[in-house]
Structure formats: C-alpha cells, structure tokens
Ligand binder design. Structure first.
Ligand code: TXA
Ligand code: MG
Length: 356
C-alpha cells in the first residue's frame, strides 16, 4: 500500500484533504492524524473490519480496546447505554480536550472496537484537524496512538510515517502536538471515580469537580500482581531500545552518579545518553545529552519526552539515564510514562542505591 502524506494547517485545514481522508475512513481504510495529545491511528469505530485493521497495522493485541473519538457532545448518546451523572460536568469543563471517559457501550459499537469489553472509552479531542476529520468520517473514529505497539506514542507526523508507512492509507501532518502525553482516562462506571491512565487533566483537577478520585492501584504499585483496569496499561510500552534507568536523589548527587556511570559504560565502548533539564544540561558528559526544557516547565517535559525517547533509538544509544520528574502537577502522568519506558528501573542515590 502507498501511504499518502498530507500536511495541514490546524487553523485552516484544507477541506479537500479532509474530505478525502474522511472517505478513506468511511470506506474502511486507516488515516493517522494529529490530536492535541499524540497522533492517532484512525478507522471507522462502528466498522468491526476497520478495528481489526487498526490492530493489524499497529501489531497490537486485540484484547486492548480502542478509544472512540467524537466531535459533538450530542453524538455520545448513540454509542453509550447509560451516561453516569457526573459526565455532564466533566464534559462541560474538559471537552473538547485531553480527557477520555468510560461508559457502558450501546449495541452500535462492535466488540472488535472495545477489545471484547461491554464498555467503551470516549474522547472529544480539541484539535481542529481531528474534529474536521471525525465529522467527515461519519462522527466516530476509533483511534489508538499511531505508533507500532510498544514504541513511544508519536508527537510528530514523521514518527507515524516511520512506524506505519505502507500500512495505512494516509498520514495527516499537523505539526508537533501541543501536549505530548496521551489523554487522562477516567472510569465513572463503578463505585468511586477512578483514573485508569494519568494525563494532562490531573487527579487534582478531577477532584475539584468529582470529590475523591482514586487512581488504579495497579498503576501505582506495578508489583501488586493486579491487572490494570485499562487493559493497555499492562503492556510493555514506550520502551527505547537502549536500557533506561531513572535516577533519583539530590541534584548534585544525581549529576555525579550519572557521570560516573557514563564513564564506566564509555570505558566499555557503550554509547550513553542522558535525559535532563536546561538547568543541568551542561553538567553531563554523555554522548547524547537531551533537555526536556526548563525544570520549571513541566508542560515542556510532557511535550518532549516521547520525541527524546525516539531520538535515542535513532542515535542507537545503549544506556540512557534520566533525571526524575515527579514534582509538579503533571508528575504523575510524566512518571507513569517514564517508568514504563524504563521497565520500572529506578535508582535512588539518596538511599545509597548504585547505578553501575
Ligand atoms: O490521547 C489519547 O487518548 C490518544 C489519542 C490518539 O486520542 N489515544 C490513545 O489510545 O492513547 P491508545 O489506544 O494508545 O490507549 C488507549 C488506552 C489503552 O490503555 C486501553 O486499554 C484503554 O485506553 N481503554 C480503551 N477502552 C477502554 C475501556 N473500555 N475500559 C478500560 N480501558 C480502556
Ligand atoms: Mg498507545
């Protein structure tokens, strides 16, 4: 298959390209497109064959459900059986935007789309290209992140091409995404509202509306043996090809510890990389030192993280050491992704743990 590549301006997306892309999806094909979080790999959410194609193109296990994207609140009713009472308030505050809500699904949504579940995850993205495409595609696009399974989610169209060229009909380039981490997923269907995946909409923001909000324990305690409630969270994810370790502790100790590890790896002929911030960048002497931006700017960390992980792969870096980013409001979301990428390898130098 030849993949068509089209660049669009979010302020004024070319209607002709949008119509062509919409037709591809209505006819059962796949289009990668920008959203405000990460690029999505879109197919017709109501067509079981499209969902099967999405799993095949990504190389994704088919028990891992897809998020259904809508472009009008009024389109929600047709795909859900029941709307939990707090939905209206959340939609008013956070839709369109980076929040996904779980609902009991209606008959209209095929089980191929929901990975066999009776529930459906729904999101109303704010990106204008995404909205126009959803509209042109019939109103319901199933879209996981547009990466091959296991790789970091794409924040630029060129990464969609890298992973999916020849596997999808079209890739729409809308520039670098604004947020860079996938949407927050909240489940309101059973008991207390529960965050199944942390994201840009934080626990604190949700608690201001809902009162107490839980975080799926399996996300916080990966060793608990419990399966995460969002099936996709159990899979290995985001992992760069090199070995990644998160290094915690006082700043000077982290810098010294990483530099010592870098020297040791270099002596053995290994290529090393560091993920850090503008404040510390000059202090590291690894082969490739990448800053996420200022330590004070956690939105920049969120936006740059997946790109940096992919760049280390391009540069064939073998050992990667990352500073920790747990402090700010987005700490939960950023560390969730970073910990998965690191296979939960953390060295706390303040606790006397060693890097070598
Ligand atoms: O920001 C995003 O959400 C992006 C963009 C493209 O919209 N999409 C995205 O999709 O991240 P994906 O497929 O990479 O991640 C969807 C996550 C998976 O962990 C999946 O298991 C979970 O959502 N999920 C989907 N439907 C679910 C359901 N009915 N119940 C529980 N978890 C669900
Ligand atoms: Mg994904």
């Amino acid at each position: 298959m030849i993949t068509e590549y089209a660049a669009l301006n979010e302020e004024n997306p070319d209607p002709e390209v949008i119509q062509r892309a919409g037709k591809i999806i209505r006819e059962g094909g796949l289009v990668a497109f920008p959203t405000e979080t990460v690029y999505g790999l879109g197919g017709d959410a109501l067509n079981p064959e499209s969902s099967k194609k999405i799993y095949a193109a990504k190389g994704r296990p088919s028990d891992n459900p897809l998020i259904v994207h809508i472009c009008r609140l009024s389109d929600l009713d047709a795909i859900v059986k029941e709307v939990p009472p707090q939905t209206g308030k959340l939609a008013e505050l956070f839709w369109p935007g980076p929040l996904t809500m779980i609902f009991p699904k209606s008959e209209l949504v095929p089980r191929e789309t929901t990975g066999g579940l009776d529930t459906v995850a729904v999101r109303f993205p704010s990106n204008r290209i995404a909205q126009a495409l959803i509209d042109a595609s019939g109103g319901y696009i199933a879209a996981p992140s547009a990466n091959r399974s296991g790789r970091p989610s794409p924040t630029l169209a060129r990464y969609c091409m890298e992973d999916l060229d020849g596997r999808v009909e079209m890739v729409i380039d809308g520039g670098q995404v604004g947020i860079g981490l996938e949407s927050t997923i909240i489940d309101l269907t059973e008991g207390r509202p529960t965050i199944l995946r942390p994201g840009f909409i934080t626990q604190k923001m949700l608690e201001e509306v809902l009162g107490d909000v839980e975080v799926d324990r399996a996300l916080i305690e990966p060793d608990s043996g419990k399966a995460p409630k969002a099936p996709g969270m159990k899979y290995k994810h985001y992992a760069p090809r090199g070995e990644l370790v998160i290094v915690e502790g006082k700043c000077d100790r982290v810098v010294a510890g990483i530099n010592e590890a870098v020297r040791e790896k270099r002596a053995r002929g290994m290529k090393t990389g560091v993920i850090c911030t503008d404040e510390t960048k000059a202090m590291y002497d690894a082969d490739s030192v990448k800053s996420t931006g200022s330590r004070c700017d956690e939105q920049s960390t969120a936006k740059e993280l997946f790109r940096i992980l992919r760049e280390f792969d391009d540069e064939q870096v073998e050992y990667i050491y990352s500073e920790s980013f747990s402090d700010g409001d987005l700490g939960q979301a950023i560390m969730n992704r970073l910990m998965k990428a690191a296979g939960h390898r953390v060295a706390d130098l303040d606790q006397g743990e060693r890097l070598l």
